[in-house]
Design a protein around this ligand. Structure first.
Ligand code: AMP
Length: 399
């Protein structure tokens, strides 16, 4: 079966078509500036050059229309007619406490996801627009929702309850949800395969370190804790997000700067993290270049980031009474040799020993710890689209 994977942002849309008979990628693409001037689609059939087309797209329905046209195109397409697409898998960020795994999208599911919009006001609305556009244009194709929050739903209450009046959890569902679940699950399953242990009998700490970053503790195949919280702002230091701070800082800044709480929220999401500390960029490559040139704030940003990851690894090892494996993934985790080295340095007391030679690698699956390291350290490139396609195939096949 061929599966179309759709990941809708507010003005962008990423897609892939995979042939799930052998899990191969057939085509992928990106639509940008939906609803804005200069909207365009960049489509790539595997083995061919990318083609780009600038064409007005007033909304997500227009965008999906152009995606389907590209998939049917006689030169760049991968299907002869739309019936060849057996199912569509949609990435949806927030499913609240409603879904602990992927589900077939029905009217009831759409209603439940609409109710979660309050919890993810920036993400769920475009995800839902993508679903309704696909339903209109492909009314007979089954659709599956794959949720960023789902994998973390196995956390025990002591991991997800905040120590604020319990009534806020009851009234508003304020709790830790966690995000990047599809990625954490994919790389943890791969890590178990690589080291040859059953996924449901292993303790793994997964470090998804990209522009957004989170760590998860996975015990016997189930997530038991994760660093992102009620929103993706909590936890690690990120590209432009602060991660953990003393909550009292929020009203203190608002008062001192004479700005509204929403403005402080914006600063914590968009002007903090690596960008905020370094004052240079949110991109680790720029920060590392500046650090090499002697910039002290760039050096400090890298140290603060490494410290925050180390802190969670140590905490999760304490929670699980050890770990069999630590996995690095996403832009920084897959490519930043120096950062992996900084994070894993001086953790021999926890049984973590990085192998300098094996760590000299980017973007490929590898074991990067020494042979004697008690805890295996791995690099596993993430593949959220494949995970979405797998879930989609599984659910559609059960129907
Ligand atoms: P992601 O959000 O997973 O796409 O990760 C994007 C981030 O990965 C970028 O902002 C960079 O900070 C980081 N990144 C990508 N390539 C490299 C590299 N070669 N070295 C260091 N950091 C990198």
């Amino acid at each position: 079966m061929k599966v179309l994977v759709i990941n809708c942002g507010s003005s962008s849309l990423k897609y892939q078509v995979l042939d799930m008979t052998n899990e191969t990628l057939l085509a992928k693409g990106l639509v940008e500036r939906i609803g804005l001037a200069g909207s365009m689609i960049a489509h790539e059939k595997v083995g061919q050059d990318k083609f780009k087309l600038e064409v007005p797209m007033k909304d997500h329905k227009d965008a999906i229309g152009h995606v389907l046209e590209a998939l049917l195109d006689k030169d760049h397409g991968v299907v002869a007619n739309m019936d060849e697409i057996g199912a569509v898998g949609h990435r949806v960020v927030h499913a609240g406490e409603k879904y602990a795994s992927s589900v077939m999208i029905t009217e009831d599911v759409i209603k439940a996801l609409e109710e979660c919009t309050e919890l993810a006001p920036l993400h769920n609305p475009p995800n839902l627009l993508g679903i309704s556009a696909c339903k209109e244009l492909m009314p007979n194709t089954p659709m599956v929702g794959v949720f960023d929050t789902a994998f973390h739903q196995t956390m025990p209450p002591e991991s997800y309850i905040y120590a604020i009046p319990y009534e806020y959890y009851e009234k508003y569902r304020i709790r830790r949800y966690g995000f990047h679940g599809t990625s954490h699950k994919y790389v943890a399953e791969r890590a178990a395969e690589i080291i040859g242990k059953p996924f449901d009998k292993i303790k793994i700490i997964t470090c998804h370190l990209g522009n957004g970053a989170s760590v998860a503790a996975i015990e016997n195949g189930k997530c038991i804790d994760t660093s992102m919280g009620f929103t993706p702002l909590e936890g690690l230091v990120m590209g432009t997000r602060s991660g953990d701070i003393d909550p009292a800082i929020v009203s203190f800044i608002a008062q001192k700067e004479g700005v509204a709480l929403d403005d402080v929220n914006n600063v914590l999401n968009k002007k903090s993290g690596m960008m905020g500390i370094s004052g240079i960029s949110s991109d680790f490559r720029d920060i590392e270049k500046a650090a090499e040139e002697g910039n002290e704030r760039a050096k400090l940003a890298l140290k603060v980031f490494a410290h925050s990851v180390k802190f969670y690894i140590g905490g999760y090892m304490a929670e699980m009474n050890g770990a069999d494996a630590i996995v690095f993934t996403a832009g920084v985790g897959e490519n930043d040799i120096g950062m992996r080295d900084m994070i894993c340095a001086e953790m021999e007391c926890l049984g973590i020993e990085l192998c300098a030679n094996c760590n000299d690698i980017r973007g490929k699956e590898a074991i990067i710890s020494t042979d004697t390291s008690k805890v295996k350290v791995l690099l596993v490139p993430t593949n959220e689209e494949l995970m979405i396609a797998r879930d989609t195939l599984e659910i559609v096949s059960k129907k």
